[in-house]
Every structure is written in structure tokens, then in C-alpha cells.
Design a binder for this molecule. Structure first.
Ligand code: 5GP
Ligand code: ZN
Length: 114
């Protein structure tokens, strides 16, 4: 998808600190971390948000979610706990229109968020 920051990261046109990659998903460190561990996990195929998940792309999202515990473990937060966040649209705080799941950890996180 043209002009999508995360598609450019997938294509290698924008550098990123990758922490996990396979055929269909990519995980990399957030450029502006909100916690000691802040990893972004995306499908390589462009899906704008959870609102666009359908029968065709659900397999990639299911695979992505199944890999989150492994990625969290590799980031060292599996035992202490962590949070997975998916922001959707304007009021949800989504700033990049390519579906992504935040893995946040390494400190006690507040609840509820603002
Ligand atoms: P959102 O607010 O859409 O849920 O999250 C987007 C996240 O992507 C933000 O936490 C932001 O810091 C991160 N981000 C935006 N641009 C880049 C980039 O070019 N590289 C990396 N690694 N992260 C980015
Ligand atoms: Zn994209």
C-alpha cells in the first residue's frame, strides 16, 4: 500500500529494529517506546484496521496473535506480564492505518488507560 509507513518497513524502505519475522508477520521495536518493552507486531499484508479483518485475511491475524506469547517471551516479559493493545480509528488512538498490535511491558502498566 502506497504511503503506508508499516508497508515501507515491511519492504525495507524504512529501517526498523526487527525482533521477529516470518513469511506473514513482522515484529519490531516502537520508535517512541511507551514502556521498557514496546514492540509492534504487524501482518506483512496491508490491512487498515481490525474493522477490515475478514475471512480472507483472518488467517494472518490468527497466526499473528498465536505468535505474541513467543515474541513477549523473547522480549523477557512473559513471566512479569505484559499488555497487548490494538488501537482502532480516531477515538481509539490509531495513528498508523496498518493494523498493528502493541506489546507493552517491563513496568507495571496503569489501568484503565486515558
Ligand atoms: P498507534 O498509535 O497507531 O496505535 O501506534 C502507532 C505506533 O507506531 C506508535 O507507537 C508509533 O510510535 C509507532 N511508529 C510510528 N512510526 C514508526 C516508525 O517509522 N518506526 C517505528 N519503529 N515505529 C513507528
Ligand atoms: Zn500498510
Amino acid at each position: 500500500m502506497e504511503n503506508c509507513i508499516f508497508c515501507k518497513i515491511v519492504a525495507g524502505e524504512i529501517p526498523s529494529q526487527k525482533v521477529y519475522e516470518d513469511d506473514t508477520i513482522l515484529a519490531f521495536k516502537d520508535i517512541d517506546p511507551k514502556a521498557p518493552v514496546h514492540t509492534i507486531v504487524i501482518p506483512k499484508a496491508h490491512i487498515a484496521s481490525l474493522n477490515e479483518v475478514d475471512g480472507d485475511n483472518l488467517k494472518d491475524i490468527a497466526h499473528l496473535i498465536s505468535k505474541i506469547p513467543q515474541i513477549a517471551k523473547e522480549q523477557g516479559v512473559d513471566a512479569s506480564g505484559y499488555r497487548v493493545v490494538n488501537n482502532i480509528g480516531r477515538d481509539g488512538g490509531q495513528t498508523v492505518a496498518h493494523i498493528h498490535f502493541h506489546i507493552l511491558g517491563g513496568r507495571a502498566l496503569q489501568w484503565p488507560p486515558g
